[in-house]
Design a protein around this ligand. Structure first.
Ligand code: C2E
Ligand code: MG
Ligand code: MG
Ligand code: MG
Length: 268
């Protein structure tokens, strides 16, 4: 009896693994066509300043899959990175955001708002990344200083000389550079000193610990002090409660992003 049940459990497990594998294989084939079929969407999540005014928006990629509905980036970005598809997909993200920025320059209510885009290390490491960005900025007429490129600490694990050189080229283009998910990767504080960054984004996992987890609060507090001393702007990510907002404000944080202010949503 027990043996039969164990066998069923095993078969169930095998079936579940097989289904997951099939889904991956399917997704990969579908992702190759997603761009041509115009299935990618940018959602935007507001970032607010100390007065509660919207100062910018982060563009967050969604895939409107014909059968599976909205697929989240957590599911298909790793796949896109493994297959190299992140390069054309990432280019589309930058182009789409730049077209949006260019349109905003004609609207006085939006003209000073920024758009942040996430740049994958794979995309960043392509030899043509900077020249393509320069072309996109020129072709769309987007003001470079309104474009923020979010990179992660994992990027800094690659050839540091190369990365540092490229960040300087980007800075010369006039775009702004943010270090995303700060504190969750392996970067050394030495990079903060050397790299041409404008902004740190405090990862949501630390903000989630406010105001109950002393370790998270210590990390956030120290990051805010460090960033202020280094002349870097800071955005707190994943702000969900008034209490977190007040706590962060009291410690000198001046920019916030999270469900408290708005979810990622499509723009009209
Ligand atoms: P991220 O860049 O750190 O983006 C923030 C993530 O936190 C987003 O998840 C956002 O929806 C979520 N979030 C925002 N506010 C809150 C909150 O108050 N509470 C909680 N629990 N979550 C919040 P999303 O949209 O699923 O994106 C996940 C990650 O996928 C992003 O993390 C980014 O690393 C990556 N990603 C998204 N779009 C792109 C893209 O165009 N290119 C690349 N390379 N990566 C992207
Ligand atoms: Mg981001
Ligand atoms: Mg982040
Ligand atoms: Mg993240």
């Amino acid at each position: 009896q027990a043996k039969a049940a164990g066998g069923n459990r095993l078969r169930f497990f095998d079936d579940a693994v097989q289904a997951a594998v099939n889904r991956q294989v399917r997704l990969e084939a579908d992702l190759r066509r997603a761009l041509q079929r115009d299935e990618l969407r940018l959602f935007y999540q507001v970032q607010v300043d100390e007065d509660g005014e919207v100062s910018g928006r982060e563009a967050l990629l969604r895939w409107a899959h014909p059968q599976q509905g909205m697929v989240s980036p957590g599911e298909f970005i790793p796949l896109a990175e493994e297959t190299g598809l992140i390069v054309p997909i990432g280019r589309w993200v930058v182009e789409t955001a730049c077209r949006r920025l260019a349109a905003w320059t004609r609207d006085p209510a939006l003209a000073d708002q920024a758009i942040s885009v996430n740049v994958s290390p794979v995309q960043f490491s392509e030899g043509t990344f900077v020249s393509e960005l320069r072309e996109i900025l020129a072709a769309t007429g987007a003001p470079p200083r309104r474009l923020v490129l979010e990179v992660t600490e994992s990027l800094l694990m690659q050839n540091p000389e190369c990365v540092s050189q490229r960040l300087s080229e980007l800075r010369e283009l006039g775009v702004r550079l943010a270090l995303d998910d700060f504190g969750t990767g392996y970067s050394s504080l030495n990079y903060l000193k050397r790299l041409s960054l404008h902004e740190l984004k405090i990862d949501a996992s630390f903000v989630a610990g406010i105001p109950f987890e002393p370790a998270d609060m210590a990390i956030v507090d120290t990051t805010l002090t460090l960033a202020n001393r280094l002349g870097l702007e800071v955005t707190a990510e994943g702000v969900e409660t008034e209490e977190q907002h007040r706590w962060l404000q009291a410690r000198g944080c001046r920019r916030f992003q999270g469900f408290l202010f708005g979810r990622p949503e499509p723009l009209a």
